[in-house]
Design a protein around this ligand. Structure first.
Ligand SMILES: [Zn+2]
Length: 250
């Protein structure tokens, strides 16, 4: 945690909320979040987390900014094309929010790399990394905030299988890579929907750090942008899950 009192002026609107308040802002400043993916979901998520005063954010991404990213990756602009995403995002966070220490890794996260965060953010665009991150979260008893978007649809959930015996992990819900799995660069996606998902992921992370409200553990938030409807689907643990089945504390 950084020394000294919290910046009351900067965080006044959070301090005014009884669920966050001064203690919540202190918890945010003392927190470390690991963000895997600095693209369409990770960008808005990171911007809100840094604005909320999260003390440490580590960012993993091996990609560079492409012009076709600018339709949705609002953390980047024309001047960033060709630059590494993780470093560019981290520098933007530090410039806008000097109270946040942003570290970056210009390579793809794999299970051989330790993660600094007490909360892990899955903002990836591929199932290999997603399953590995889910396994790491389960094995180390950390909460995993998951988000994804395609077309006009978005989804958000929180996985806590390593902490709560009744909580599913990501693989309980999606046991194998779907046959129709397509990377984001192969399908269309509405930029504003990726922003909604990224912001919802930041919201869940703020709730987890501060203890406010009820996180989306065991629940999947589904957003349908075309119809303008949101709904919640319950997710159950799978005792045969290859990641968390049979390894529960109970
Ligand atoms: Zn599982």
């Amino acid at each position: 945690m950084k020394p000294g009192p919290i910046d009351i002026e900067r965080h006044k609107r959070h301090i005014l909320l009884k669920e966050i308040g001064g203690p919540g802002v202190q918890k945010l400043r003392a927190s470390t979040v690991s963000l895997v993916g600095a693209g369409a979901l990770g960008g808005p998520c990171a911007l809100y987390l840094a604005a909320a005063g999260v003390g440490h954010i580590e960012i993993w991404d091996d990609d560079v900014v492409d012009r076709s990213n600018l339709q949705r990756q609002v953390q980047f602009g024309e001047g960033d094309v060709g630059q590494p995403k993780a470093e560019t995002l981290a520098r933007r966070l530090q410039h806008a929010h000097p109270g946040t220490e942003a570290a970056w890794h210009r390579h793809r996260w794999t299970e051989s790399h330790p993660l600094a965060g007490s909360i892990l953010i899955d903002a990836t665009d591929n199932f290999t990394t997603r399953y590995a991150l889910n396994a790491a979260a389960h094995a180390t008893g950390r909460r995993l905030v998951h988000g994804a978007a395609a077309g006009w649809n978005g989804q958000v959930s929180v996985f806590a299988s390593g902490l709560q015996p009744d909580a599913p992990c990501y693989r309980c819900w999606v046991p194998e890579t779907p046959p129709d799995a397509e990377a984001c660069d192969e399908v269309g996606v509405v930029g504003a929907m990726t922003g909604m998902v990224g912001a919802a992921m930041a919201l869940e992370a703020v709730k987890l750090v501060t203890g406010a409200g009820v996180p989306l553990v065991g629940r999947l938030l589904l957003m349908d942008g075309l119809s303008g409807t949101h709904r919640i689907v319950g997710l159950k643990p799978d005792q045969t899950c290859s990641t968390c089945g049979g390894t529960r504390a109970d």
